[in-house]
Ligand binder design. Structure first.
Ligand code: FE2
Ligand code: FE2
Length: 194
């Protein structure tokens, strides 16, 4: 995996635990199907920009795991961040740098931030690319990575978010990105975190 020195994930065990902890609609707008699309979005973006796939995959599974409802649950990112430290070891093994990135990405994923390490940006974009499911069209100007802004990729992600399973993934041919273009997206905020 790109940029990954060591990574172990017991995904079946983690998913069983997350489902037992989940407080509302597993099949709803912030449940398992959303997590799967975030994972896919993130892994495809990672092939273009070299983001760490271990962090991206764990973000997809954990970022909304501590929501208490499908409404405006402002603290769910912070709760996920606090929840994660106790999982490292029993459910996965992530190095200290990766764990720090995962916690930061989860804590701030609905704060509308755009400036961060490319792995964290990829996590945020993977989530934001699935906003169409709740009636919010992802704005390319508010995405962090060049890969996510690729028109063909953005279109495919939106169609998948809307349940159009036939959507295929285009090849992303952008160069690796080191961060958001200076001054272009910094400081913009989203109305809704995914
Ligand atoms: Fe969220
Ligand atoms: Fe989400």
């Amino acid at each position: 995996m790109a940029g990954t020195e060591f990574f172990r994930l017991d995904k079946p065990k983690l998913m069983r635990f997350l489902r037992s902890e989940f407080r509302f609609d597993w099949h709803g707008i912030h449940g398992a199907a959303h997590w799967a699309r975030v994972r896919l979005n993130g892994l495809v973006i990672s092939t273009a920009n070299g983001a760490r796939t271990d962090v991206v995959e764990l973000f997809a599974l954990l970022h909304d795991s501590q929501r208490r409802h499908d409404g405006r649950d402002r603290d769910h990112g912070a709760r996920a961040a606090d929840f994660i430290a106790g999982l490292n070891g029993p459910y996965f093994e992530l190095d200290a740098t990766g764990l720090d990135m995962l916690i930061y990405a989860c804590r701030h994923h609905s704060d509308g931030m755009t400036e961060a390490d490319v792995t964290i940006q990829t996590c945020w974009d993977a989530d934001r690319l699935d906003l169409a499911r709740v009636g919010i069209w992802p704005d390319p100007g508010r995405l962090c990575t060049e890969a996510a802004r690729t028109p063909q990729f953005l279109d495919a992600a939106i169609r998948r978010s809307l349940g159009q399973r036939s959507a295929s993934w285009p090849t992303i041919s952008t160069a690796p990105t080191e961060g958001c273009p200076s001054g272009r997206t910094s400081g913009r905020r989203f109305r809704l975190g995914g």
